[in-house]
Ligand binder design. Sequence first.
Ligand code: FES
Length: 238
Amino acid sequence: MNRRTFIKTCGSVATLSFLSPSFFSQSLKAQTNQFKKYKKAILLDKHGNPLNPSSLEVGKQYIFFYPYRSTPALLLNLGKEVKPSEVRLSDGSTYLWPGGVGPQKSIIAFCAICPHQLSYPTPEYSFINYYPHDKPSKAAKKGNVIQCCAHMSIFDPERGGVVIDGPSEYPLLAIVLTYEEGKLYAVGTLGVERFRDFFDAYRSDLKKMYKSFRKAKKKVDKAVVLEVEEYVKEIIYC
Ligand code: FES
């Protein structure tokens, strides 16, 4: 059964955006019951260097694995400041999504496991993808959305991954990022996690891919960022 939690948001959006990264993480924890802290992982480029935020092209989708070695996340640079916003769940509870980080506060990340029925990018194919402005989703009739073609759930990355349309009951799980001295880090998740369901559903696939299930569930302290096209053979748009 899907996990439901109840969240109380307090504190102001405006205040949050001025806090230092470490205080910011603590504040998130204090202000929502939905922030889950994981190992802090530095984001790296494919050469093993700290990822330069300016290397992230606007409109491109990037992938990294966090908080576990086998759990994919999409990284996006929306090219403009992404403001914090309140995310409302179907039970009426809310939490505060902190918006973008980086020099322009334009960089955001979401778990790429669809919260509907757990479709996720594999090296063979990906049903869940970001559609930039210049490549709009036909179903949504607009760009700047994340859409899962498995059953057509559509999410708004600029508003914390809320569901725009489709069968998903939950928004995308946000990956909480910080930007410290020119480097990007992932520090935790915010929202409704379905990692337990994911590990249960794909246990044998993950075991095969990572040589053991234990290795697939290893938490990471660094994460290499690739263009999705560098990881996935066939990207399915719809
Ligand atoms: S698994 Fe993504 S919409 Fe159903």
